[in-house]
Design a protein around this ligand. Structure first.
Ligand code: MET
Ligand SMILES: [Zn+2]
Length: 331
């Protein structure tokens, strides 16, 4: 099936493709206020030019895949902001279009240079979990309460998936999915809606051994393996020290390509509203770990929250052995 585009970019990248880094993180670094129920997606309304700028910075850093700004862009979220349905759906499409425009402009400018060191990037349309929409902590606990069912989760995801899927992305990226019920809902929905764009489904983990819900990767992979529509599985927004172990576990459970894009290891203190230092090691170790992740079997590697274009420049340099990137590789 359509997973060919993924194999192609992994091959062209020399065996391991580079995903971009923290999108919201970099948006904030450029001055956006993301302290908002819509989080980074608020910029689709207020500052779309900054969204494109972030994409450009990650492309410049060497990303082979960029992820759209739609992580926390939901139709109910936009309606609650007072927008009309057509406007809400238009903003979802805009998120993909901004990434496509950045990719196309960057690729055009690269082709003009004599020795291109870049690949033509793929655009992945981001879809965050139901918990990300609730913004009540369940994104990282996986506890959606007694009343939630697979059918309800499908209904929550259905329209956004249709709109984003038809906006022209190369991939759909389900990010930081915290429990098996949601994974099951997504697999069923991709079938029911007959989505032709290949997907990745990435989970988050707070202990390195289970999904955030406490459920096992093995049980989860059994469900994902049944779907041809899921081209890639993996883990994101999880501390870097857990990644190698998780890749080894996923490798035992699936033949699908594996994507990993951990956060920086810093921990968000929700009460104090600030990031606490990484628990196990300093920032630089991210560089050291990238090779190990590739050796353990990851085919796509990038960064999530609190990683930046510098991180991705380093990841790209390490994976592709390119000397073209001269900037500091500290994150
Ligand atoms: C909480 S994970 C967030 C993922 C999203 N793609 C971002 O980088 O902003
Ligand atoms: Zn993240």
């Amino acid at each position: 099936m359509a997973g060919g585009a993924v194999e192609e970019i992994v091959r062209r990248a020399g065996g391991c493709a580079v995903i971009d880094g923290g999108f919201a993180t970099q948006l904030e670094a450029l001055g956006a206020d993301i302290n908002d129920p819509l989080w980074s997606a608020a910029c689709l309304i207020t500052k779309p030019h900054l969204i494109k700028e972030v994409h450009m910075q990650y492309l410049e850093a060497g990303a082979d895949v960029i992820i759209s700004s739609s992580y926390q862009a939901t139709i109910p979220g936009f309606l609650a902001r007072g927008l009309r349905l057509e406007e809400a759906e238009g903003l979802l499409r805009t998120s993909v279009e901004l990434a496509l425009q950045a990719r196309d402009e960057f690729w055009k400018s690269t082709l003009r240079k004599s020795k291109p060191v870049y690949n033509r990037a793929l655009v992945a349309a981001s879809i965050g979990s139901y918990g990300a929409y609730l913004a009540d902590g369940s994104e990282y606990s996986g506890s959606y309460g007694e009343d939630i069912t697979t059918e309800k989760l499908k209904d929550f995801h259905r329209r956004r998936l249709q709109v984003l899927g038809s906006a022209g992305p190369d991939l759909i990226a389900f990010e930081a999915i915290p429990n098996i019920m949601e994974a099951q809902a997504l697999v069923e929905l991709l079938e029911e809606e007959n989505i032709q764009v290949p997907s990745w489904i990435c989970f988050s983990s707070v202990d390195g051994k289970h999904l955030c819900s406490g459920e096992s990767f093995a049980d989860c992979l059994r469900i994902l393996n049944t779907s041809d529509k899921v081209a890639i599985v993996g883990v994101n927004c999880t501390p870097p020290q857990f990644i190698e172990g998780i890749i080894r576990e996923l490798k035992k459970q699936t033949k699908k390509a594996i994507a990993v894009y951990p956060n920086s290891g810093e921990v968000w203190d929700g009460r104090a509203k600030r990031w606490l230092p990484a628990e196990c090691f300093g920032h630089k170790s991210f560089d050291v770990l990238v090779k190990r992740w590739q050796e353990a079997g990851a085919s796509l590697i990038g960064g999530c929250c609190r990683t930046t274009p510098s991180t991705i420049r380093a990841v790209s340099r390490i994976l592709k052995g390119r000397t073209a990137y001269t900037a500091s590789h500290q994150i």
